[in-house]
Design a protein around this ligand. Structure first.
Ligand SMILES: [Zn+2]
Length: 282
């Protein structure tokens, strides 16, 4: 992944998923830099590319401007940004011609508009920018070049537990004829095993469902709490779903210990902004 500093939008920084991103397709993970939020001392923690849609701390004008900046930087219209109300499930929303006009509207009442409750979006329609919001959770982008289909996925630990990534690949197969071995995947910046400490019952829950093979995604030392590698686990589930290793790119970066680049729920609790991942075909 490459950190892009955009010349047209001051201070805008985002990562491109280099195995997907091109002139014809946007596949990016935002940082916290280059937006309109957090201009006062009280709102400094939002500085500055906050993409949370239901923030009581930020003005809707700032959030709308931030979505305009991102969409504009990629040559898309802000009203074609699609988002969902994320609820830590494995639900998938299909953006078809019936709902492709329900993107981000630029007024106070509808900045928080979304297509429904879900944690993944798929489409085969061009000029639409699918988005999921994250602040430590794992963002995953999928691209099926052969059939012209894309997905954006929010995988927190619960979505990971339910293998939302693999489920989305299968759904793209049913809808668009997507074959896993022709699909590319990018796993963006998220909580790293360096910082993502979990409770023992969290580990046991995974172990109960997946058995001993899950141990390789945890760092367990005696008399310490386990640490979990959610990015690596999501990659493993995508491999199991049939995506070749050479088609999967994973960000090395941890959102928790990079405060200059990322918002982090683990680091700052609710006093934070939110990043997003975007994918769209032109
Ligand atoms: Zn870390």
């Amino acid at each position: 992944m490459t950190l892009i500093k955009n010349d047209i939008y001051p201070n805008l920084e985002y990562f491109t998923a280099d195995n997907i991103h091109s002139d014809k397709i946007t596949a990016i993970f935002t940082t916290r830099n280059g937006g309109a939020s957090g201009k006062t001392a009280e709102t400094e923690f939002l500085h500055s590319l906050n993409l949370q849609i239901n923030s009581s701390d930020d003005d809707y004008q700032n959030i709308a401007e931030n979505y305009r900046i991102i969409a504009g930087s990629q040559g898309f219209k802000a009203e074609n940004v699609m988002k969902v109300h994320q609820i830590h499930t494995d639900e998938i929303i299909v953006v078809d011609s019936n709902i492709s006009n329900k993107g981000l509207a630029q007024n106070q009442n509808s900045i928080s508009n979304h297509l429904g409750e879900a944690d993944a979006l798929v489409t085969n329609i061009k000029d639409i920018l699918l988005s999921v919001r994250v602040a430590d959770c794992v963002p995953i982008l999928l691209y099926d070049n052969a059939n012209g289909a894309i997905a954006a996925i929010h995988a927190g630990w619960q979505g990971t537990f339910r293998q939302i990534g693999a489920k989305t690949v299968r759904r793209m197969g049913e809808l668009y004829g997507t074959k896993p071995n022709q699909t590319r995947a990018a796993i963006g910046p998220a909580a790293g095993i360096c910082c993502y400490e979990v409770d023992l019952d969290f580990y046991e829950k995974f172990q109960q469902k997946y058995g001993e093979k899950i141990n390789r995604f945890f760092c367990i030392e005696k008399s310490k709490k386990p640490f979990c590698d959610l990015k690596k686990m999501n990659k493993a589930f995508l491999l199991e779903a049939g995506i070749p290793e050479t088609n999967i790119e994973v960000s090395e970066l941890c959102t928790i210990d990079n405060p200059g680049l990322f918002y982090s729920h683990r680091r700052n609790g609710v006093k934070r902004g939110t990043m997003a991942a975007f994918i769209g075909m032109k």
